[in-house]
Design a protein around this ligand. Structure first.
Ligand SMILES: Nc1ncnc2c1ncn2[C@@H]1O[C@H](COP(=O)(O)OP(=O)(O)O)[C@@H](O)[C@H]1O
Ligand SMILES: [Mg+2]
Length: 241
Protein backbone atom coordinates (compact mmCIF):
# COMPACT_ATOMS: atom_id res chain seq x y z
CA UNK A 1 0.00 0.00 0.00
CA UNK A 2 1.26 3.47 -0.84
CA UNK A 3 1.93 6.11 1.78
CA UNK A 4 -1.36 7.82 2.75
CA UNK A 5 -1.61 11.49 1.87
CA UNK A 6 -3.29 12.20 5.22
CA UNK A 7 -2.69 10.20 8.34
CA UNK A 8 -4.96 10.80 11.31
CA UNK A 9 -3.44 9.27 14.40
CA UNK A 10 -5.81 8.70 17.30
CA UNK A 11 -7.49 12.12 17.54
CA UNK A 12 -10.12 12.93 20.14
CA UNK A 13 -12.43 15.85 20.87
CA UNK A 14 -14.64 16.40 23.87
CA UNK A 15 -17.34 19.06 24.26
CA UNK A 16 -18.12 19.36 27.96
CA UNK A 17 -19.15 15.87 28.98
CA UNK A 18 -19.65 14.70 25.40
CA UNK A 19 -16.82 12.68 23.83
CA UNK A 20 -17.65 13.68 20.24
CA UNK A 21 -14.58 12.00 18.73
CA UNK A 22 -12.83 9.20 20.56
CA UNK A 23 -9.37 8.13 19.39
CA UNK A 24 -10.10 8.11 15.69
CA UNK A 25 -7.38 7.01 13.27
CA UNK A 26 -7.88 7.26 9.52
CA UNK A 27 -5.50 6.92 6.59
CA UNK A 28 -6.63 8.75 3.47
CA UNK A 29 -4.98 6.94 0.56
CA UNK A 30 -3.49 9.20 -2.10
CA UNK A 31 -5.86 9.54 -5.05
CA UNK A 32 -8.82 7.95 -3.28
CA UNK A 33 -12.34 9.13 -2.59
CA UNK A 34 -12.65 7.91 0.96
CA UNK A 35 -16.21 7.83 2.32
CA UNK A 36 -16.91 8.89 5.90
CA UNK A 37 -20.33 7.74 7.00
CA UNK A 38 -22.21 7.25 10.24
CA UNK A 39 -25.50 8.27 11.83
CA UNK A 40 -26.25 11.84 12.87
CA UNK A 41 -24.10 13.04 15.74
CA UNK A 42 -21.49 10.30 15.31
CA UNK A 43 -18.64 12.83 15.02
CA UNK A 44 -18.02 13.12 11.25
CA UNK A 45 -18.14 16.92 11.07
CA UNK A 46 -15.98 17.21 14.18
CA UNK A 47 -13.35 15.03 12.48
CA UNK A 48 -13.49 17.30 9.41
CA UNK A 49 -13.24 20.38 11.64
CA UNK A 50 -10.03 19.01 13.11
CA UNK A 51 -8.64 18.11 9.68
CA UNK A 52 -9.35 21.59 8.32
CA UNK A 53 -8.03 23.41 11.39
CA UNK A 54 -11.32 24.79 12.73
CA UNK A 55 -10.89 22.72 15.88
CA UNK A 56 -7.79 21.61 17.74
CA UNK A 57 -7.83 17.94 18.78
CA UNK A 58 -7.58 17.30 22.52
CA UNK A 59 -5.13 14.54 21.72
CA UNK A 60 -3.63 12.75 18.74
CA UNK A 61 -1.81 14.02 15.64
CA UNK A 62 -2.67 14.72 12.00
CA UNK A 63 -0.07 14.41 9.24
CA UNK A 64 -0.16 15.67 5.66
CA UNK A 65 2.37 13.52 3.85
CA UNK A 66 5.14 13.72 6.46
CA UNK A 67 4.25 17.12 7.84
CA UNK A 68 2.60 17.35 11.26
CA UNK A 69 -0.34 19.72 10.63
CA UNK A 70 -2.07 19.29 14.01
CA UNK A 71 -3.48 22.61 15.19
CA UNK A 72 -2.56 24.64 12.09
CA UNK A 73 -5.02 27.38 11.13
CA UNK A 74 -7.56 26.86 8.35
CA UNK A 75 -5.84 29.48 6.18
CA UNK A 76 -2.40 27.91 6.51
CA UNK A 77 -3.93 24.50 5.75
CA UNK A 78 -5.52 25.86 2.58
CA UNK A 79 -2.09 27.13 1.52
CA UNK A 80 -0.67 23.65 2.26
CA UNK A 81 -3.39 22.07 0.12
CA UNK A 82 -6.02 20.89 2.61
CA UNK A 83 -9.29 22.50 1.54
CA UNK A 84 -12.63 22.15 3.22
CA UNK A 85 -15.92 22.75 1.47
CA UNK A 86 -18.34 24.60 3.67
CA UNK A 87 -22.00 24.97 3.15
CA UNK A 88 -21.84 28.15 1.06
CA UNK A 89 -20.14 30.34 3.62
CA UNK A 90 -17.34 31.25 1.27
CA UNK A 91 -19.43 32.59 -1.63
CA UNK A 92 -19.51 36.40 -1.80
CA UNK A 93 -23.16 37.13 -2.60
CA UNK A 94 -22.58 40.64 -3.98
CA UNK A 95 -20.00 39.49 -6.50
CA UNK A 96 -20.72 37.72 -9.75
CA UNK A 97 -20.06 34.00 -10.01
CA UNK A 98 -17.00 34.54 -12.20
CA UNK A 99 -15.62 37.21 -9.83
CA UNK A 100 -15.97 34.78 -6.94
CA UNK A 101 -13.71 32.37 -8.80
CA UNK A 102 -11.23 35.12 -9.66
CA UNK A 103 -11.03 36.27 -6.03
CA UNK A 104 -10.47 32.69 -4.87
CA UNK A 105 -7.71 32.26 -7.47
CA UNK A 106 -6.02 35.50 -6.43
CA UNK A 107 -6.11 34.47 -2.79
CA UNK A 108 -4.35 31.27 -3.78
CA UNK A 109 -1.64 33.24 -5.56
CA UNK A 110 -2.58 32.66 -9.21
CA UNK A 111 -1.28 35.14 -11.81
CA UNK A 112 -3.95 37.15 -13.63
CA UNK A 113 -3.94 35.23 -16.91
CA UNK A 114 -3.91 31.81 -15.36
CA UNK A 115 -6.60 32.93 -12.95
CA UNK A 116 -8.91 33.96 -15.82
CA UNK A 117 -8.19 30.82 -17.79
CA UNK A 118 -8.95 28.55 -14.86
CA UNK A 119 -12.09 30.48 -13.91
CA UNK A 120 -13.43 30.15 -17.48
CA UNK A 121 -12.65 26.47 -17.54
CA UNK A 122 -14.35 25.82 -14.20
CA UNK A 123 -17.43 27.86 -15.15
CA UNK A 124 -17.86 25.55 -18.16
CA UNK A 125 -17.07 22.38 -16.28
CA UNK A 126 -19.64 23.27 -13.61
CA UNK A 127 -22.27 24.31 -16.20
CA UNK A 128 -22.52 27.83 -14.78
CA UNK A 129 -21.95 29.72 -18.07
CA UNK A 130 -25.49 31.13 -18.19
CA UNK A 131 -25.21 32.60 -14.69
CA UNK A 132 -21.56 33.61 -14.59
CA UNK A 133 -22.22 37.37 -14.59
CA UNK A 134 -25.09 37.27 -12.09
CA UNK A 135 -24.45 38.19 -8.47
CA UNK A 136 -23.92 34.99 -6.53
CA UNK A 137 -26.96 35.99 -4.43
CA UNK A 138 -29.12 35.22 -7.47
CA UNK A 139 -27.82 31.67 -7.86
CA UNK A 140 -29.85 28.71 -6.60
CA UNK A 141 -28.56 26.76 -3.60
CA UNK A 142 -27.17 24.07 -5.88
CA UNK A 143 -25.51 26.57 -8.19
CA UNK A 144 -23.88 28.27 -5.19
CA UNK A 145 -22.57 24.94 -4.10
CA UNK A 146 -21.15 24.25 -7.56
CA UNK A 147 -19.56 27.70 -7.44
CA UNK A 148 -17.98 26.85 -4.12
CA UNK A 149 -16.59 23.66 -5.64
CA UNK A 150 -15.05 25.84 -8.34
CA UNK A 151 -13.53 28.19 -5.77
CA UNK A 152 -11.91 25.27 -3.98
CA UNK A 153 -10.48 23.99 -7.27
CA UNK A 154 -9.01 27.20 -8.68
CA UNK A 155 -5.81 25.57 -7.45
CA UNK A 156 -6.56 21.86 -6.99
CA UNK A 157 -5.93 21.03 -3.32
CA UNK A 158 -3.93 18.02 -2.21
CA UNK A 159 -7.00 16.86 -0.32
CA UNK A 160 -10.57 18.12 -0.67
CA UNK A 161 -12.74 17.63 2.41
CA UNK A 162 -16.44 17.52 1.53
CA UNK A 163 -19.11 17.62 4.23
CA UNK A 164 -22.52 16.58 2.89
CA UNK A 165 -22.03 18.33 -0.47
CA UNK A 166 -25.15 16.74 -1.96
CA UNK A 167 -27.54 17.70 0.82
CA UNK A 168 -30.50 19.73 -0.47
CA UNK A 169 -29.06 19.98 -3.98
CA UNK A 170 -31.30 19.56 -7.03
CA UNK A 171 -30.77 16.12 -8.68
CA UNK A 172 -29.49 17.66 -11.92
CA UNK A 173 -26.82 19.59 -10.06
CA UNK A 174 -26.12 16.62 -7.85
CA UNK A 175 -25.28 14.80 -11.07
CA UNK A 176 -22.98 17.63 -12.19
CA UNK A 177 -21.30 17.57 -8.80
CA UNK A 178 -20.74 13.83 -8.71
CA UNK A 179 -19.44 13.92 -12.29
CA UNK A 180 -17.03 16.70 -11.27
CA UNK A 181 -15.77 14.57 -8.35
CA UNK A 182 -15.39 11.52 -10.63
CA UNK A 183 -13.50 13.47 -13.30
CA UNK A 184 -11.14 14.96 -10.75
CA UNK A 185 -10.65 11.58 -9.12
CA UNK A 186 -9.67 10.17 -12.54
CA UNK A 187 -6.96 12.82 -12.64
CA UNK A 188 -5.63 11.78 -9.23
CA UNK A 189 -7.45 14.16 -6.88
CA UNK A 190 -7.86 12.92 -3.29
CA UNK A 191 -11.19 13.43 -1.47
CA UNK A 192 -12.69 12.74 1.90
CA UNK A 193 -16.44 12.62 1.39
CA UNK A 194 -18.97 12.81 4.22
CA UNK A 195 -22.44 11.95 3.01
CA UNK A 196 -25.72 10.46 4.15
CA UNK A 197 -26.53 9.50 0.61
CA UNK A 198 -25.67 5.79 0.52
CA UNK A 199 -26.22 5.31 -3.23
CA UNK A 200 -23.74 8.15 -3.87
CA UNK A 201 -21.23 6.79 -1.34
CA UNK A 202 -21.51 3.38 -3.02
CA UNK A 203 -21.04 4.91 -6.42
CA UNK A 204 -18.11 7.18 -5.62
CA UNK A 205 -16.17 5.59 -2.77
CA UNK A 206 -14.31 2.34 -3.11
CA UNK A 207 -13.34 2.50 0.56
CA UNK A 208 -15.27 3.90 3.51
CA UNK A 209 -14.98 4.47 7.21
CA UNK A 210 -18.05 4.31 9.44
CA UNK A 211 -18.29 6.15 12.75
CA UNK A 212 -20.74 5.73 15.59
CA UNK A 213 -20.74 7.64 18.89
CA UNK A 214 -17.32 9.12 18.19
CA UNK A 215 -15.60 5.87 17.33
CA UNK A 216 -14.75 4.08 14.12
CA UNK A 217 -16.82 0.92 13.95
CA UNK A 218 -15.89 -0.26 10.45
CA UNK A 219 -13.53 0.53 7.62
CA UNK A 220 -12.65 -1.14 4.36
CA UNK A 221 -14.39 -1.73 1.03
CA UNK A 222 -17.59 0.32 1.01
CA UNK A 223 -19.86 -2.61 0.23
CA UNK A 224 -18.36 -4.65 3.07
CA UNK A 225 -18.69 -1.72 5.48
CA UNK A 226 -22.35 -1.21 4.54
CA UNK A 227 -23.07 -4.91 5.02
CA UNK A 228 -21.54 -5.10 8.49
CA UNK A 229 -24.03 -5.86 11.26
CA UNK A 230 -22.55 -3.15 13.53
CA UNK A 231 -23.05 -0.54 10.81
CA UNK A 232 -26.63 -1.54 10.06
CA UNK A 233 -27.36 -1.54 13.77
CA UNK A 234 -25.80 1.91 14.25
CA UNK A 235 -28.09 3.36 11.59
CA UNK A 236 -31.18 1.59 12.84
CA UNK A 237 -30.48 2.38 16.48
CA UNK A 238 -29.72 6.09 16.13
CA UNK A 239 -32.02 8.98 15.29
CA UNK A 240 -31.25 8.64 11.61
CA UNK A 241 -32.64 10.98 8.99
N1 LIG B 1 -19.21 23.03 18.72
C1 LIG B 1 -19.80 22.07 19.44
N2 LIG B 1 -20.08 22.25 20.75
C2 LIG B 1 -20.68 21.28 21.47
N3 LIG B 1 -21.00 20.06 20.99
C3 LIG B 1 -20.73 19.82 19.70
C4 LIG B 1 -20.13 20.81 18.85
N4 LIG B 1 -19.98 20.27 17.61
C5 LIG B 1 -20.48 19.03 17.68
N5 LIG B 1 -20.93 18.75 18.92
C6 LIG B 1 -21.50 17.46 19.38
O1 LIG B 1 -20.56 16.47 19.01
C7 LIG B 1 -21.22 15.28 18.54
C8 LIG B 1 -20.76 14.98 17.12
O2 LIG B 1 -21.28 15.97 16.25
P1 LIG B 1 -20.91 16.06 14.72
O3 LIG B 1 -19.45 15.94 14.58
O4 LIG B 1 -21.55 17.28 14.18
O5 LIG B 1 -21.61 14.75 14.13
P2 LIG B 1 -22.03 14.37 12.63
O6 LIG B 1 -21.35 15.32 11.70
O7 LIG B 1 -21.59 12.95 12.48
O8 LIG B 1 -23.53 14.48 12.57
C9 LIG B 1 -22.70 15.56 18.67
O9 LIG B 1 -23.13 15.03 19.90
C10 LIG B 1 -22.78 17.07 18.67
O10 LIG B 1 -23.90 17.52 19.37
MG1 LIG C 1 -22.14 16.58 10.24
Amino acid sequence: MTHPIIKVDSISKRFGGNQAVDRVSIDIPRGSILGLIGPNGSGKTTVLNMLSGELMPDEGRIFLEDLDITGKSPSSLVQLGVTRMFQMTKVFVRLSAIDNLLIAGQALGLKKEECHARADMLIKELTLEHVQYLDAAQLSGGQKKLLEFGMCFMVPPKVALLDEPFAAVHPVMRQTMSQFIKDRHQRGQTFLLVSHDMPIIKELCEQSVCMNAGKIIAHGKTKDVLDKAEVIEAYLGGDHE
